[in-house]
Write a protein that binds this ligand. Structure first.
Ligand SMILES: [Zn+2]
Length: 210
């Protein structure tokens, strides 16, 4: 799984120009049809996505290109799930978060439980990205809890990514959870992420503001 910006035209251009590399062998990816379309729930309205499928010109493996606005196998957008995770960091419980977001309490509880088991790993991965992408990164200090530390690291990494790829100047606001999706290759809440070895599969591309 590779994550790409939400701008479909930009993705097509990169596929045409050989600007997307195979995560397996670093060969150039070309367009190879589309994955099954699905509808995810956005903050305000449903969002229909039809992820592009690609094939490597080297090893011929196919790879689905997941837009950064969604996480793997989640029915809500990364922005919605991220809002829930951020709300938990400031002390809200799952029922209040669910009410605020208009989602079932059980769904929100599921996100929080999954994230709870990886807060330290999330903090470590996103802190590593800050250091990798910025020569003199401003790393967040203690935020009051392990959970808040993880969210602070995600936010800091998003800022570094936005600065590095000049996204902030275009949108005025850092698309934090798109950056989180890009860094985790869509697997922020997926089983087995982060792997011990780190960042395979994620793309070093600016998350599009969408
Ligand atoms: Zn390949």
């Amino acid at each position: 799984m590779l994550t790409v910006e939400t701008d479909a035209d930009a993705v097509e251009e990169r596929l045409r120009s050989g600007g997307l590399a195979c995560p397996g062998c670093a060969g150039a990816l070309t367009g190879w049809g589309w994955a099954r379309a699905r509808t995810v729930r956005g903050p305000d309205s449903p969002v229909r996505i039809a992820p592009r499928r690609s094939r490597c010109t080297g090893c011929r493996m196919t790879h689905v290109l997941l837009p950064v606005l969604v996480l793997v196998r989640r029915a809500d957008t990364a922005a919605v799930i991220g809002a829930a995770l951020a709300a938990k960091a400031v002390g809200l419980g799952h029922r209040r978060i669910a009410a605020r977001l208009g989602r079932p309490a059980g769904t929100v509880r599921g996100w929080l439980r999954r994230f709870a088991g990886r807060v330290e790993a999330v903090r470590a991965v996103f802190t590593r990205w800050c250091r990798a992408l910025a020569s003199d990164p401003v790393l967040p200090g203690p935020a009051g809890s392990a959970w808040a530390d993880a969210i602070a690291a995600v936010t800091a990494a998003a800022r570094v990514i936005a600065t590095r790829f000049s996204v902030a100047s275009r949108v005025g606001e850092v698309p934090v959870w798109h950056a989180a999706t890009a860094v985790s290759a869509g697997r922020l809440l997926a089983p087995g992420w982060p792997a011990q070895t780190g960042q395979s599969g994620s793309t070093r591309v600016a998350p599009d503001p969408g």
